[in-house]
Design a protein around this ligand. Sequence first.
Ligand code: ADP
Ligand code: 5GP
Length: 213
Amino acid sequence: MKINRKGGLFIISAPSGSGKSTVIHRVMEQVQNLSFSVSYTTREPRAGETPGKDYFFVSETEFEQMIQAGEFLEHARVFGKFSYGTSRKQVESLLKQGRDVIMDIDVQGALQLMKRQDTPHTSIFIIPPDAAELKRRLENRNREGKKEILNRLKTAGKEIQALASFDYLVVNDGLNQAVDEVKRIILAQRLKINRVKNIEQITELFQMEDIDD
Ligand code: ADP
Ligand code: 5GP
C-alpha cells in the first residue's frame, strides 16, 4: 500500500551567524524529497553563488514589480539594505508535487509567513549556544566588516524576541546534533495524519467484510 503525502513547508530562521545555512546545507544532503526554496534578492551574487540555485538575483525595479504582482509569499528588507522574497509560484508548485520545502528566511519574513492561514508550515528557530559564540562565528566567517557585524548582533537581540512564536527551537552548538534535530523534526512532521492524502484508501484496505472465518 502506497501512502500518498502532501508536501510540507519548513521555515528555518535564526539570527545571522547562528549557522542556519550550514545546517540547512547538511540537512539537504541527508534528507530525500526535500527542496530548497530559492529566494529572490536585490543583492549582488557573492563569489561561488549560482543564480537560480542560491538565489534569483534581480534589480530593485524587478523586485518592486514582483511585489505589486503579488508574486511573493513573504518579503522583507534585511539589515536595512537589500530585499529578499519567497516565490509563491515556486513553493506552491513543489508542495503540489508532494515535495517538502525548506526555506532559509529572516525573522521578519518568518513571522509574516507564520501569520498566513493559507500556508500550513512548521517553523524552526536556530540559535547558537550564547551571544559570545554568535559574535565569534560572525567574526570567523570573515564576510562582513566590524560595523556590519555590530549591526547583525544588534538585530539578533531584537530577533530573539520572536522566539516564542516558533514551533521548534534547535541550539546549534555541536553541528551534527543540530543537523540531526532538524532532520528528526522534518521526518516526524511527515508522519502526521494531516499530511496523508489517501486516508480513505488506507481505511478501505482494512474493511473486514470479505474475510472468511
Ligand atoms: P547563518 O546562515 O545563520 O548566517 P552560517 O551557516 O553562515 O550562518 O554560519 C556562520 C559561521 O559559523 C560559519 O563560518 C560556519 O562555518 C560556522 N558554524 C556553523 N555552525 C557551527 C557550529 N555548530 N559550530 C561552530 N561553527 C559553526
Ligand atoms: P544573505 O544575503 O547572507 O544570503 O542572507 C541575508 C539574510 O536574508 C539571511 O538572514 C537569510 O535568511 C535572509 N533571507 C534569504 N532569503 C530570504 C527570503 O526569501 N525572505 C526573507 N524574509 N529573508 C530571506
